[in-house]
Design a protein around this ligand. Structure first.
Ligand code: KG4
Ligand code: ZN
Length: 368
């Protein structure tokens, strides 16, 4: 290790969607979390435009890396590795991060770790609450994913129990916010309006909760349609839409199902720790209801602070540091972005040859 302390110092780069995130982590300690978001550039389109995101990553990359290193108070030469999101995500956006990570790793003579975005969303909790218990049940809810995952080792073993069969939870928040003319992204604004609304005002459907439905899968498209129809009917009748009540009732329908299924999965699998990660884990009602239901079921709940739930580089650095600590194989120099990297692959390991190459480059010390 470059440092006398034996915990690996790792820089992580995240560019899977619209946030250029660069984090620096030592073991499970967060040293820096720099994020440049292009969210404002997408707002007028009501969703992320991949080409716009890729260009914004390109512009933000070097300044964000510099900012993160400065914030951490470390030199790039002291790093023990560079981690990057290899997938899943937007192909062009991922490619910017992977190319940057390769360039820095090669120039510095450091090992490169291509890691999984979803596993990073889980591993980030180590920065908040220390080492992840093994096994851990994870409810991962973001703009692109909603899954229940069981992990016995976040660097090597992540097993999917269920996932959404249509929309992701965050996608449903974004779509309902659009129908209510509340802007993009929808999660935070619905969360705010819902605080002043009545969650029991309107009985919206709870997807896939019937006796014959798959136990761990989710569905939000029926709910989305039901909410949109309800709003349309109000508007057609010339009545005012009670935005706060709609937001609260819709949100309740989402978080009721998410927490119910997550607690059920913990019980069925005999797991007494539940971790909730991904952008939707920033939701205040999801956090409160999960806490309530976990307490009642004797399950310990772990949810990182909201800033670590949405996409960021620290989560990638956290998983990278865990890869180094557990001696996992670094990625090869021909690592490519994989927009549909399966959740069962926490990282993209290379062959032993990659390590030899790192040592050779290291001797030359190309980075001045
Ligand atoms: O994990 P993330 O930052 O990016 C993806 O990997 O998708 O998640 C973004 C999603 C968006 O759909 C956004 O609306 C949602 O997370 N989100 C929230 C909240 N904050 C962000 N959803 C509900 N409540 C929130 N407070
Ligand atoms: Zn994410």
């Amino acid at each position: 290790m470059a440092d006398s302390r034996d915990e690996p110092l790792v820089l992580g780069i995240e560019t899977s969607c619209d946030e250029t995130g660069v984090g620096v982590v030592r073991g499970t300690t967060l040293l820096a979390d720099a994020v440049a978001s292009s969210v404002d550039e997408h707002a007028r389109f009501g969703g992320v435009v991949p080409e716009v995101a890729s260009r914004a990553h390109l512009e933000a990359m070097v300044p964000t890396i510099d900012r993160a290193l400065k914030e951490a108070g470390v030199s790039a030469r002291d790093l023990d590795g560079i981690a990057v999101t290899a997938g899943p995500g937007l192909a062009g956006a991922l490619l910017v991060g992977v190319s940057a990570a390769k360039a820095y790793a090669y120039a510095l003579g450091k090992p490169l770790y291509g890691v999984n975005h979803l596993a990073s969303h889980i591993c980030v909790d180590q920065l908040e609450h220390g080492a992840l218990p093994e096994p851990t049940m994870a409810l991962l809810v973001s703009g692109g994913h909603s899954s229940l995952l069981l992990s016995t080792d976040i660097t090597a073993d992540v097993r999917p129990l269920g996932s959404t069969i249509d929309d992701a939870a965050g996608e449903a928040f974004d779509k309902i916010a659009r129908v209510l003319d509340l802007g993009f992204p929808g999660g935070p604004v619905i969360d705010r309006y819902a605080r002043e609304g009545d969650p029991a005002a309107i009985a919206f459907p709870r997807g896939l909760t019937g006796p014959r439905d798959p136990v761990y899968d989710f569905s939000f498209s029926g709910l989305k349609t039901a909410v949109a129809r309800w709003i349309e009917a109000k508007r057609a009748a010339g009545e005012e839409v009670p935005v706060r009540d709609v937001a609260a009732s819709f949100q309740e329908a989402v978080v009721d199902v998410l927490t119910r299924k997550a607690v059920r999965a913990c019980r069925d699998e005999g797991v007494d720790h539940l971790m909730i990660g991904g952008g939707v884990a920033a939701n205040s009602r999801l956090r409160a209801l999960a806490q309530e239901r976990c307490e009642a079921a004797g399950i310990r709940l772990r949810v990182p602070r909201p800033k670590l739930c949405t996409d960021n580089g620290a989560m990638v650095a956290a998983l990278g540091a865990e890869m180094v600590a557990r001696g996992r194989a670094a990625s090869d120099w021909d690592l490519s972005a994989d927009s549909s990297l399966p959740v069962t692959d926490p990282h993209v390991p290379g062959t032993a040859a990659a390590h030899d190459h790192v040592h050779e480059v290291s001797k030359e010390n190309l980075y001045s």
